[in-house]
Design a protein around this ligand. Structure first.
Ligand code: FRU
Length: 536
């Protein structure tokens, strides 16, 4: 894609055009083909670096999560998918569902490229009142809204090669028909014009669509998901970074003491450059929304994740109990190196599902992320860390078997001006991953510089990633998830998150807590987790 501009982006470009020519057989194919049933062998999902409790495709390339919608007990996850290679190519929508947010069922590819183009990112809704007229037998249709990306148009250097289209399903997302009148939003001449997110706005009784248009989001509305009217745009003046994959939803905060409620609209947008620790990253703004316009302070852009590997995060439509917490998932990679990470059969995984909620601070609200509580189901054994003043390192793996290299750690300790708290993970090959809190800089960090194979990309591990502490409380709480190829740190109730991938020679099976000086640990628990794929 022409908007990518470093050396790696050049490589991306190269691979992109290569792969485009490889797979023309899919371009006009609108018939779904069945994915081979998963082999039920003990080797299933056992390749080196294969995530054990994250979603990853069985084979080949995946990027953004798309079309997430909850319907009749199933959380749908569609995703940017190229079934013919482990690098990006003509985009399809892959498909999976989960009933418990923990275990996933792979389904056949949902949307194939067609004469209007590749199927880029987008969203899905249930058209409960059949406003589109696309439902049958009194049933609400599932509607997917996505960007068509027309390669020939891009190559010919037109500025109109991306436009928004829809498709519908009347069998719970199992088969899809593209709408005959596509596109439903034509391109007025804006080169980057993609990633529609649609929702029903109750107050104005209209559908709202927002999508990224270069360095802004554009907002439209519609009575029927087919006829769309432009209403407004939001962006940072004079900012020339490319935005992608926006989302917009209300979150309510209830003051438990006063019983008062406040609702804030959260505008999420992924940014293609200059993430807090480099490369691509997901950000948010807070404000209000009247059905046509997002009113928010464009000078206050917050980062939803300070790690390098949470991009294109968007939320589920129609998920239960969304008033206070919004269920979302991100693509656990970064365009700087996504296509060259050292996995063989597939590329990329999603983050664990997270719930976003408002966290009140004296300076205003922050959006905090909580790991989906459903993941507790994966805990197989637990070790309680006794309250103590840590001076000498404690080797937790001496007291607790961690042979699977899959675990979750919660820790609460007193903040001080000098005492660091470092969680250090190692394996037998001498790889080391470190994360924790540095007192002097009042910041969290994630250090993958020696966590295994880093040779595939210079920017991948050239520095330690840091994140400022955003709240000022005496205790610091950390909640950490370690899989074979990733760490997800939720600090200070999720107001600071760091998601980073890594590629150790073998899983990390030892864990130590260390400090530069001393730190008072108030509580802690270490859990071993089981794989979601092992009993497949
Ligand atoms: C974000 C993105 C989207 C686009 C998709 C293409 O990662 O570039 O803007 O729709 O990926 O695969």
């Amino acid at each position: 894609m022409p908007y990518l501009n470093s050396f790696c982006y050049f490589l991306f470009f190269f691979l992109f055009f290569n792969s485009c020519s490889q797979s023309s057989e899919h371009q006009n194919n609108s018939e779904p083909t069945l994915v081979e049933p998963a082999p039920s062998s003990s080797n299933y999902y056992q390749e080196q670096h294969r995530p054990q409790f994250h979603f990853s495709p069985e084979a080949n390339w995946m990027n953004d999560p798309n079309g997430m919608v909850f319907y009749e007990g199933e959380y749908h996850l569609f995703y940017q998918y190229y079934p013919d290679s482990t690098v990006w190519g003509p985009m399809h929508w892959g498909h999976a569902v989960t009933k418990d947010l923990v275990h996933w069922e792979h389904l056949p590819i949902a949307l194939y490229p067609d004469s209007l183009g590749y199927i880029f990112s987008g969203s899905a809704v249930i058209d409960w009142n059949n406003t589109s007229g696309l439902g049958v037998n009194g049933q609400a249709p599932m509607i997917a809204i996505f960007t068509h990306h027309h390669m020939a148009g891009e190559k010919a250097k037109t500025n109109t090669f991306q436009y928004q289209s829809i498709a519908y399903s009347n069998d719970k997302g199992r088969s899809w028909t593209k709408y005959k009148g596509n596109p439903v939003v034509a391109n007025p001449g804006i080169k980057d014009f993609r990633d529609p997110k649609v929702f029903w706005h109750k107050d104005s009784q209209k559908w709202v669509m927002l999508f990224a248009a270069y360095d802004k989001v554009r907002i439209y509305n519609s009575p029927n998901l087919i006829d769309w009217t432009y209403t407004s745009s939001f962006g940072i003046p004079d900012d020339d970074r490319l935005w992608e994959c926006p989302d917009l939803f209300p979150l309510t905060y209830t003051d438990t003491q006063e019983g008062e409620k406040e609702t804030v609209w959260v505008l999420i947008t992924s940014i293609q450059q200059k993430g807090p620790n480099g490369g691509t990253a997901t950000s948010y703004f807070l404000g209000d929304f009247d059905g046509e316009k997002f009113i928010g302070d464009h000078n206050k852009q917050y980062w939803l994740d300070y790690g390098r590997d949470n991009y294109a995060l968007v939320s589920w439509s129609d998920a239960p109990n969304a008033e206070h917490s919004r269920l979302a998932i991100g693509w656990m990679s970064n365009w700087q190196y996504a296509q060259i990470v050292p996995t063989q059969k597939w590329r990329s995984a999603m983050t664990i599902p997270r719930r976003l909620n408002l966290h009140s601070t004296p300076e205003g609200f922050l959006v905090a992320s909580q790991p989906a509580h459903e993941l507790k189901e994966l805990r197989t054994s637990k070790y309680t860390i006794t309250p103590q003043t840590l001076k000498d390192p404690i080797d937790l793996s001496r007291s607790f078997s961690m042979s699977k290299g899959l675990y979750e750690l919660t820790l609460e300790f007193e903040s001080s001006e000098t005492g660091n708290l470092v969680i250090e993970m190692t394996n037998q090959s001498g790889d080391i991953y470190r994360t924790g809190f540095e007192a002097k800089t009042n910041s969290f960090f994630s250090d993958r510089t020696k966590a295994g194979n880093t040779s595939f990309s210079k920017p991948f591990a050239e520095s330690i990633h840091t994140a400022p502490r955003l709240i000022d409380e005496e205790s610091i709480k950390l909640h950490l998830f370690i899989d074979h190829a990733s760490a997800e740190l939720f600090a200070d109730d999720g107001t600071v998150v760091m998601t980073d991938i890594f590629f150790p020679t073998s899983p990390f099976t030892n864990i130590r807590l260390t400090t530069n000086e001393s730190v008072k640990i108030k509580s802690g628990t270490l859990y071993e987790l089981e794989s979601i794929w092992q009993n497949h």
